[in-house]
Ligand binder design. Structure first.
Ligand SMILES: [Zn+2]
Length: 230
């Protein structure tokens, strides 16, 4: 299952959510490394569901499958992006692969400098894509905080994260170590008095970890915890 990635290589959030023109929404603006125009990479494999050329060249990209949110949610995701100056290469129904460059920063619409306006919505695209909010601005339907929706890649260059606590995609080694942690033991329904642990033969290991490659593996153990290695 895909993890939606933060769509810019350089994170420089110039306006956060619930402030300015983002009042009453979870929209953010990212201006990238500098004042120039930077590429925007597809957060997930998806399909363009709507294009709106009368304002800021807004586009809506819906994931083709459910994705894994950093907050644990598993669901489809729809993203709204704005301000690309030229979207003549995009059309409704176009398929985009994850990490493919499909959009750019720009100044289309009400923008003072090159940036990309980003909004995440939980679930599939819902017509008409956005609705006016209480503050009078349009916001994506089912909007959700970007740090609860998008993962950073290990090489994302953070210039300004606006104090948002984004998670980074764990490396494969970190995930293997996570799998080492034993599952909850089954609930023991027998009378504890009947059980004589001393008489029992050596307890069989609850989990056997198969080492995929040679290397140094670190695990955290609490006092009196045991490890079974084969
Ligand atoms: Zn914005």
């Amino acid at each position: 299952m895909e993890r939606p990635i933060y769509p810019l290589k350089n994170m420089r959030i110039t306006q956060g959510y619930q402030e300015g023109t983002h009042m009453d929404s979870y929209a953010i603006d990212d201006a990238g490394l500098d004042t120039g125009i930077e590429n925007v990479y597809a957060p997930f494999t998806g399909t363009i569901k709507k294009i709106y050329t009368k304002d800021a060249n807004e586009i809506w990209l819906e994931s083709d499958s459910p994705v894994e949110y950093p907050d644990g949610t598993i669901d489809y995701m729809t993203m709204l992006l704005a301000h690309d100056n030229d979207i003549s290469d995009l059309y409704v129904g176009k398929k985009i692969n994850q990490k493919e460059v499909f959009y750019q920063e720009g100044t289309a619409g009400n923008a003072t400098g090159n940036h990309c306006h980003l909004e995440c919505g939980r679930g599939k695209f819902v017509e008409p894509g956005w609705l006016p909010n209480q503050a009078g601005y349009y916001g994506i339907i089912n909007g959700k905080k970007p740090e609860d929706c998008l993962w950073l890649e290990s090489d994302t260059n953070i210039i300004d994260n606006h104090s948002y606590n984004f998670k980074t995609i764990p490396t494969s080694t970190e995930e293997e170590i996570e799998q080492l942690e034993p599952e909850e033991p089954p609930t023991n329904t027998t009378d504890p008095d009947e059980e004589n642990i001393e008489d029992k033969p050596e307890e069989s290991p609850r989990l056997i970890y198969t080492c995929k490659k040679a290397g140094l593996y670190g695990i955290y153990l609490k006092e009196n915890e045991q490890v079974f290695l084969k």
